[in-house]
Design a protein around this ligand. Structure first.
Ligand SMILES: [Zn+2]
Length: 144
């Protein structure tokens, strides 16, 4: 695993940077059931690595997790949150960049990172066990 970009906050805690991909097709959104902590359904997401811009991290994560190519990306959320579900590195504070994306290619998920994937309507998403930070973004963006 490559190293996540971080900053050290005044209180000594670490701040990580994360990107998320909101991918919509015909009124349905691409969600994955995460095979890695934090568990639950989520949009494709991951850490920004050292030396990466959020845009580059987004393209990499979308390609790694589901084999798709980002064709265009529009930043829709830039916000720092404290996550009750710490990330794999045990860090709570994350600054998120969520992009609304268009993609090309065939969906082929990474079996190590993804249990299953699918396209879900907002009504269906409300029935899923969505990872808390993603529930927050989807509500904030008035999708659910
Ligand atoms: Zn993290």
């Amino acid at each position: 695993m490559s190293s996540a970009k971080f900053e050290t906050l005044k209180n000594g805690e670490l701040l990580h940077f994360s990107v998320g991909a909101l991918i919509e097709k015909d009124g349905k959104f691409l969600l994955i059931d995460r095979n890695l902590h934090p568990f639950g359904f989520a949009c494709v997401a991951g850490h920004v690595d050292e030396g990466e811009s959020p845009e580059v991290a987004l393209e990499r994560e979308v390609r790694e997790e589901c084999g798709l190519i980002v064709e265009s990306a529009k930043l829709v959320v830039e916000e720092e949150v404290t996550q009750k579900n710490k990330c794999t590195y045990g860090v709570e504070q994350h600054k998120w960049f969520v992009f609304s994306c268009t993609v090309s290619g065939d969906l082929k998920t990474n079996e190590r990172e993804v249990k299953s994937s699918g396209w879900y309507t907002p009504t269906e998403i409300k029935e899923l066990k969505v990872e808390p930070v993603w529930k927050y973004w989807l509500q904030k963006l008035a999708i659910i």
